[in-house]
Ligand binder design. Structure first.
Ligand code: ZN
Length: 317
């Protein structure tokens, strides 16, 4: 039915999103955040920059050695921000892939406090952000970072899913399926799979307590679009009643934001041009990098931003 209607409307049903591009969250302490994501989880700090909507604060990006879409955890720092709490319309857990049960054994030892079950390890970052490592034996190429304390076979390999709270998943269904081409693969589970990668979007029943944005909460999830399809995705979500922003040039990728009906902030981000556009890929994340339109603020920002130190050995490939 939808396919026939899509054909009449001239909508391209062959177009697919390439899974999760990045997930952006909030931290109250950039140094503790670097110590955990680069130092403990062994991700590479691939870009140290500022929030383009508020250049007085850091925006940190962690990923694989190349800073690929598909493993890109980003954090906006609000120094001293109070801890938040995920509730209705918020993502409450980010699920990352590992290769095997022995990898989970390794991480269980390394993390100390984590809840182990078959194929899964649940834990939190230092500010309470829900994380999970899951054994996924999928077709996607692993996206890994090199870290001296983490054997390559145990390294984190990319995003698997994000889990959000909602009381009423049905109200988001048409946007997810008809607007974004997600395929339903379970009660409250959808998959976005393109040519090279896939990722899942899952709802869990919302807790009674209201969510509170703050440190340790997710700000938005970005889905990866081929560069020349982003405007078509924008048109499609408008057709589903969403109110996307215009295309915003984030310099390393282009972004369109909108809220899905359950309240979660979504972004559709282009795969390119990527983080190596303005830095030597061998030295990603070492210096404060500013998009050209913020370069005039460099002197001031270097004085006001708290310097951060990347743990020894992390981020070197
Ligand atoms: Zn984003």
């Amino acid at each position: 039915m939808w396919r026939e209607m899509a054909a009449v409307l001239g909508i391209d049903m062959t177009m697919n999103l390439e899974g999760i591009h990045h997930v952006s969250s909030i931290t109250g302490n950039a140094q503790a955040n670097v110590d955990f994501y680069a130092g403990v989880l062994g991700l590479r700090l691939v870009k140290k920059t500022v929030n383009q909507d508020d250049p007085t604060v850091y925006h940190l990006f962690y990923g694989d050695d190349k800073g690929s879409p598909g493993l890109d955890l980003t954090f906006f720092e609000y120094p001293g921000a109070e801890r938040g709490r995920a509730g209705q319309g918020m993502i409450h857990r980010i699920v990352l892939r590992v290769a095997s049960e022995p990898a989970l054994d390794f991480w269980e030892r390394r993390l100390g406090t984590a809840e182990r079950s078959r194929g899964s390890l649940l834990f939190e970052d230092p500010e309470g952000l829900g994380l999970e490592l899951r054994v996924v034996d999928g077709q996607d190429a692993p996206l890994t970072a090199t870290h001296p304390e983490i054997p390559a076979e145990h390294a984190i390999r990319g995003f698997e899913e994000v889990r959000a709270y909602t009381a009423d998943p049905e109200r988001s269904r048409s946007l997810l399926e008809n607007g974004l081409g997600f395929i339903k693969d379970g009660g409250m589970s959808w998959i976005a799979r393109g040519e090279s990668r896939g990722g899942r979007y899952i709802y869990d029943p919302a807790p009674a307590e209201r969510g509170v944005p703050g440190a340790g909460t997710v700000h938005h999830v970005a889905w990866a679009s081929l560069d020349d399809e982003q405007l078509k995705w924008r048109d499609r979500v408008i057709g589903e009643g969403a109110h996307p922003t215009p295309v915003i040039d984030r310099f390393w990728f282009k972004s369109v934001y909108f809220r899905e009906p359950s309240g979660v902030l979504f972004e559709v981000a282009t795969m390119g041009p990527g983080f190596a556009v303005d830095e030597d890929p061998e030295h990603l994340g070492e210096k404060l990098v500013l998009p050209p339109r913020f370069e005039h603020l460099r002197g001031q920002l270097e004085e006001t931003l708290t310097p951060i130190r990347v743990p020894a050995g992390a981020g070197k490939s």
